[in-house]
Unconditional design. Sequence first.
Length: 109
Amino acid sequence: MKSNNKVKVVMYTNEDIYKLKSDLEKYDGKCNIYFTLNPIKPENLEKFLKEGLSKGKSISDNEIEKYSLILIDLDPERKSKTSSSDYEYGEAKKLAVEMSEYFEKNGNW
């Protein structure tokens, strides 16, 4: 989090989701909040805090310590600004379960 050129680094685990929500609500609209799903290598975090924030730099793949979470957005092909039908939503849920099972079996996730 960055406010008035002061940087505060806060790290959360999956178990801290409610604390994260509470903390974000306190800072909403008061400062810039940056996040990544996966841990940053300590040496890269230090460098990023010193140099990256002021230059608008983002974290790159080789600066990530390990991948433990991945965000996949499942959307069917359809007109822009059109909500999913119940059928499409159900199909997306099935695909998400299949993908999760695949990663658990093959990707050591």
